[in-house]
Design a protein. Structure first.
Length: 422
C-alpha cells in the first residue's frame, strides 16, 4: 500500500510486548539447496554418460568417478540441510525481554533495553490478529520473514493494526493456513522416489536409448515435474479476506466467495466451513485452530460491515460498460458526471460515484465504472480512493482492474482492459 493510500490513523504505542520471529524464506532456501545437492550427482553422471556415448569421449569417465565420490558428501549435506530448513521454518526465536512497539502509517519501530529497530511499511506484506492468551499480531514481512508481537490485550492488537493500515477499511489481509515445511518434506521424499521410478519406466520404454541425451532429457524432465507437482500440492492454502469477500488459493485452484453469497460460518476443531446460499457448495478449510479462529474472526467482522444502501438506481446501471465500445463508454461516463443534458441521461454526482466505488456489494463492473468516471472528470480524491478500494478487495480480477484504473494513463486500451471484469 502506497503512502498516498494509508489511513491518517493515530500513532499506536504498546508497552511490554514480547516478540518472536522466524524466517520461513531461509528455511525454504535450505530445502531447495538440499534438493539441488542430492540431485546433482546422479543427473550429472547420466548426462556425462550420454555425452560419452554420443560423442565417444572416454575422458569423461574420470569426471564420472569424481561425481560418484561426491554421492556420500551430497547425501550427508542434504540430510543436514533438509532438517535445518524444517527447524528454521517451525522454530520461533524470542527476543530478550519485553519491548515497546510504536506503529504508524510509515511502519513499525521496536525499542527494547538492548536495541532499537525499525520496520518500514513497505516491508510488511500483511498483518493480522491471532486470538489467544496472550493475543498476538502476526506480521508477514518481505523475503519470508515472520514476526509475532505478543501484546497484553486484543485492544492493543487492534490499535497496532489500525495504525499500520491493516484494518477492514484500508487493506485486505492474507492468512496462510500452515507453514511451508511440508514442501521441504514433499520435495525430499519425491525426488529419490521419482528418480528410481522414472528411470525404471524410461528404461523399459526406451531400452536402446539408455545412455542417450534423449533418455537423460526425458528422465530429468520427469523428475523435475514430479518434484514440482509434489511441492505445489504441499503448499499451504492462502486465504485473503477483503471487504467484498474471501479469496481461497489452494495448491492448484483459486476460488472467490462473495459476502453476498456467504450465509454462515461453522468452526470446528481443525476445520472451518463457509456456508453459502443453497445453490452454491460450502467451502471447507483445514488448519490449526488458532489460525482458523483468526480467519473466522476477520471474516465475521468484514461480512458484518454495514452496506452503503441500494444500488439499483438507473443511473448506477449506466456506469457499467455492457455492449458499448471503450470510446463510447468513456464519453458516456464523462457526461454522467459532467455537464450532460439531464433530459438525455440521468445525472450522477461525484459523491454518488464514490459511494458506489466503496460499496463492496455492488457488481464489480459497476465499481470499475465509478472508478473510471471519477478519473475521467479528474476528481481530486479519485486515485487515493480507487487504490483503497483495490487494497480492500479480495477479488483478484477486480483488484487488478482498480489498480490499473488508478494509474496515470487512462487511454482506450487501459479502459478496454479494466472493463473485462464482470
Amino acid at each position: 500500500m502506497s503512502n498516498a493510500t494509508r489511513p491518517p490513523s493515530d500513532i499506536a504505542q504498546v508497552a511490554r510486548v514480547r516478540i518472536t520471529g522466524r524466517h520461513e524464506g531461509l528455511g525454504l532456501l535450505c530445502g531447495l539447496l538440499s534438493l539441488f545437492v542430492i540431485s546433482t550427482p546422479p543427473l550429472a553422471i547420466l548426462a556425462l554418460q550420454g555425452l560419452e556415448a554420443a560423442f565417444a569421449l572416454p575422458a569423461l569417465q574420470s569426471i564420472e568417478g569424481v561425481l560418484l565420490a561426491l554421492y556420500g558428501p551430497a547425501f550427508v549435506t542434504a540430510a543436514i540441510l533438509a532438517p535445518l530448513g524444517f527447524l528454521i521454518i517451525t522454530t520461533s526465536i524470542p527476543s530478550a525481554g519485553h519491548a515497546e512497539v510504536t506503529a504508524g502509517p510509515d511502519g513499525l519501530s521496536v525499542r527494547s533495553s538492548r536495541r532499537a529497530r525499525r520496520i518500514s511499511h513497505d516491508d510488511i506484506q500483511t498483518a493480522f490478529l491471532i486470538p489467544g492468551t496472550p493475543p498476538r499480531v502476526e506480521l508477514r514481512l518481505t523475503h519470508g520473514r515472520v514476526l509475532d508481537l505478543h501484546v497484553p490485550t486484543e485492544d492493543d492488537a487492534s490499535r497496532l493494526l489500525g495504525a499500520l493500515g491493516f484494518d477492514l477499511h484500508h487493506h485486505s489481509i492474507t492468512i496462510p493456513l500452515d507453514t511451508p515445511d511440508r514442501q521441504i518434506t514433499a520435495g525430499c521424499i519425491t525426488l529419490p522416489v521419482a528418480l528410481f521410478v522414472w528411470m525404471a519406466l524410461v528404461t523399459v520404454i526406451l531400452p536402446s536409448e539408455e545412455h542417450s541425451p534423449w533418455f537423460i532429457g526425458v528422465l530429468s524432465l520427469a523428475c523435475f515435474v514430479s518434484v514440482w507437482l509434489s511441492r505445489r500440492a504441499a503448499r499451504p492454502t492462502r486465504v485473503t479476506v477483503g471487504r467484498d469477500g474471501v479469496r481461497i488459493e489452494g495448491a492448484f485452484t483459486r476460488d472467490f466467495v462473495s459476502f453476498t453469497d456467504l450465509t454462515d460460518l461453522e468452526l470446528q476443531r481443525d476445520r472451518l466451513r463457509l456456508i453459502c446460499r443453497d445453490t452454491l457448495p460450502p467451502r471447507e478449510l483445514r488448519a490449526p485452530i488458532e489460525l482458523l479462529e483468526a480467519l473466522a474472526r476477520r471474516v465475521r467482522e468484514a461480512s458484518a460491515q454495514p452496506l452503503h444502501g441500494p444500488h439499483d438506481h438507473p443511473t448506477h446501471d449506466a456506469l457499467e460498460r455492457r455492449d458499448r465500445d471503450p470510446a463510447a463508454w468513456r464519453e458516456d461516463l464523462r457526461r454522467l458526471l459532467g455537464t450532460g443534458d439531464y433530459r438525455i441521461t440521468p445525472r450522477l454526482t461525484p459523491e454518488d460515484a464514490l459511494l458506489i466505488l466503496d460499496d463492496s456489494t455492488a457488481p464489480p463492473s459497476r465499481r470499475i465504472g465509478a472508478a473510471l468516471a471519477l478519473r475521467i472528470v479528474e476528481h481530486p480524491d479519485a486515485r487515493t480512493r480507487i487504490r483503497i478500494a483495490a487494497d480492500t478487495s479480495a477479488d483478484e480480477a477486480l483488484r487488478a482492474a482498480l489498480e490499473e484504473a488508478a494509474e496515470e494513463r487512462l487511454d482506450a486500451e487501459a479502459i478496454a482492459r479494466v472493463s473485462q471484469v464482470r
